[in-house]
Design a protein around this ligand. Sequence first.
Ligand code: MN
Length: 325
Amino acid sequence: MNRASAGTVASVLSGADSVVIISHVRPDPDTIGSALGLGLGLVSLGIPVRCGFSGPETLPRTLRELPGAELLAPLSAPSPGEIAVAVDAASVGRLGDYESVFTAASRTICIDHHVSNPGFGDFDLVDSESDCTAVLILDVLDELGVELTADIATCLYAGLVTDTGSFKWARPASFEVAARLLHAGVNAAKWSRVLLDSHPYPWLRMLSDVLASSHLDETACGGRGLVVATVLADQLGGMSWDESESVIDVVRTAREAEVAAVFKESTPGSWAVSLRSKTSVDLVPVARALGGGGHTRAAGYSDSGTADEVVARLRAELERSANSE
Ligand code: MN
């Protein structure tokens, strides 16, 4: 890990000819809001910026409305002297096909808050004490002397409000940042609704089917309990992939289970897995063992196989982890 302060990152960026900012695959509001907030800030200083993320998943429609979304484009290789910044990516692999764009840049910066992040830039601003990457971006913008406009504040608020679950687990510093962003002009009611409380009607039917087929296993995790739900590719119907992202927030409320898992099938047999724990299970080693990463109480990974196979693999890893405590 090449640990760097926000001040160091700001001084590297301020001398850039141009900057390419790369978000993680299956982009969420923190990775996109961080990219666009940083992008708009650098543009205000006269630095050319392009932003992007690797597919196959597309940009969720709610994020298309964020200020600065016009900076997003398919990315070609970096130009000579261009600096690459990865935002909210716990590993370089989370950049998907754009890992090669990142590593080909003359200088690379990693800005992230996942505890599992090993550091993969020439400069790593990685702080797992931060509730979201967007707060780290604000630190960099402050060091750059960028004026906090309503547009920039809105991008950063998108990351803050979603990564803290509407401030349910926010640290004190995050409430202070939130107040500052709102004073800068964020319409908090609008963005909470757009980002967290808005779905197409068929989502209600999908959620109903998914919850009806969920499964509680109170003997799993060394007796602490596991609740599992699967979202099959055809259950999403014509809805966007990101409509399955909030299912975990309902499933994890099951009181009988310390760990909740939602298996989301992107194409038949290929799964993105979301994990949440309540108070005692550290999900980072579990997700790492399965090829992923994340936070202590929220992590994820990808897997492939039948639904029974991927669930059995998780259950076995949770057993192994419970036994090694
Ligand atoms: Mn994040």
